[in-house]
Design a protein around this ligand. Structure first.
Ligand code: FNR
Length: 367
């Protein structure tokens, strides 16, 4: 049957993939309250569409850190994509490039920065996990820079791995035919089996729990690439991130895989946007599955959004063609949302085009 929306790839991936792999991609932390809330919170935001505006031409193009892209919909870093499809990160890179948008490559990719760069032209960001061994980090950042990656997305919400219970039950580990390619030569490319989640043990062994704001400054001493701080959920941290030299902020709860019972990212977005006072762009990821979600995020002040799970599920179902289709469907839905709301360009999307539950009632009931 024809696929008509992004969410449908989830069920197909579930059928196709080994349970251990599907569960790793799909799950959130603990009660998975935030996982549901990432979706539910979008559903509580409604539109205030404007009518009788000539919407014959719709322009979705934008710039991110000075790079021109075709739409404000980008690809979030998700680890180990070759578990979904043999083409893994190559397929994602090609699909993003064909869509004229940015792919973020995970530190824990099953393809190296050099391999992904060799798939062809495209604007790509590199997501960084900071290892205890800073020489490893320095080397990797240099390699990414050399391979033509344009920014570092520094993930700051993972000093330890969130408790994902299905990974514990499944004894999740990276299949033995694959490696974390960026770390292969450094003897850090394999994940041992553990009595719980193999990934949680890997993180506990290798990732630097002492990471702090001074390291955001340290990172700027080893690279000239702009740094996006990924995992901000409060206005307080948004302000500190700017002081620490961040070029942008990604409002993210890691797809609800880290701390459960944090708010949905769409609920946290406006606080962060207000705190930044327009000094740096703010992006969002988490639960974006519809063009209407993209519009809502932009109306609340985001400069763009990233998608995570839809990409891995589409990869599992149809490889590169699936990822292309996901990006195309979201693009088409977003364009339609703009037309039906009376917005011809991204700059015409305003806060008045939506109403949230935290807005004061515009029309007080007449008593
Ligand atoms: C992730 N995410 C993630 N983030 C990161 O900084 N480095 C990583 O390696 C990964 N890996 C990863 C794997 C999988 C399977 C998922 C689902 C997520 C988080 C990711 O970048 C993003 O924040 C969320 O996926 C966004 O939420 P949605 O779109 O999946 O709801």
């Amino acid at each position: 049957m024809e696929i008509t929306n992004v969410t449908e790839y989830d069920a197909i991936a579930k059928q196709k993939l080994p349970k251990m792999v599907y569960d790793y991609y799909a799950s959130g932390a603990e009660d998975q309250w935030t996982l549901q809330e990432n979706r539910n919170a979008f559903a509580r935001i409604l539109f205030r569409p404007r009518i009788l505006i000539d919407v014959n031409k719709i322009d979705m193009a934008t710039t991110v850190l000075g790079f021109k892209i075709s739409m404000p919909i980008m690809v979030a870093p998700t680890a180990m994509q070759k578990m979904a499809h043999p083409d893994g990160e190559y397929a994602t890179a090609r699909a993003a490039s064909a869509a004229g948008t940015i792919m973020t490559l995970s530190s824990w990719a099953t393809s190296s920065v050099e391999e992904v760069a060799s798939t062809g032209p495209g604007i790509r960001f590199f997501q960084l996990y900071v290892y205890k061994n800073r020489k490893v980090v320095e080397q990797l950042v240099r390699r990414a820079e050399k391979a033509g990656f344009k920014a570092i997305a520094l993930t700051v919400d993972t000093p330890r791995l969130g408790r994902r219970e299905s990974d514990i039950k499944n004894r999740f580990t990276l299949p033995s035919n694959l490696t974390l390619k960026n770390f292969e030569g450094l003897d850090l490319g394999k994940m041992d089996e553990a009595n719980d989640s193999g990934l949680a043990s890997y993180v506990a062994g290798q990732i630097d729990r002492t990471l702090s704001w001074k390291d955001v400054q340290w990172l700027q001493t080893i690279t000239k690439l702009p740094i996006l701080v990924k995992g901000v959920l409060t206005g307080e941290d948004a302000r500190i991130a700017i002081q620490a030299g961040a070029a942008g902020i990604i409002v993210s709860n890691h797809g609800a895989r880290q701390l459960d019972y944090v708010p949905a990212t769409i609920s946290a977005l406006e606080e962060v946007v207000k705190a930044t006072q327009g000094r740096v762009p703010v992006f969002l990821d988490g639960g974006v599955r519809r063009g209407t979600d993209v519009f809502k995020a932009l109306a609340l002040g985001a400069s763009g959004i990233f998608i995570g799970r839809p990409v891995v599920f589409a990869l599992a179902a149809e490889g590169e063609a699936g990822v292309r289709k996901v990006l195309q469907m979201l693009r088409d839905e977003f364009e339609l949302t703009m037309a039906l709301s009376g917005c011809r360009s991204l700059s015409e999307i305003t806060r008045n085009h939506i109403v949230t539950e935290w807005d004061t009632p515009r029309h007080l009931p007449r008593l």
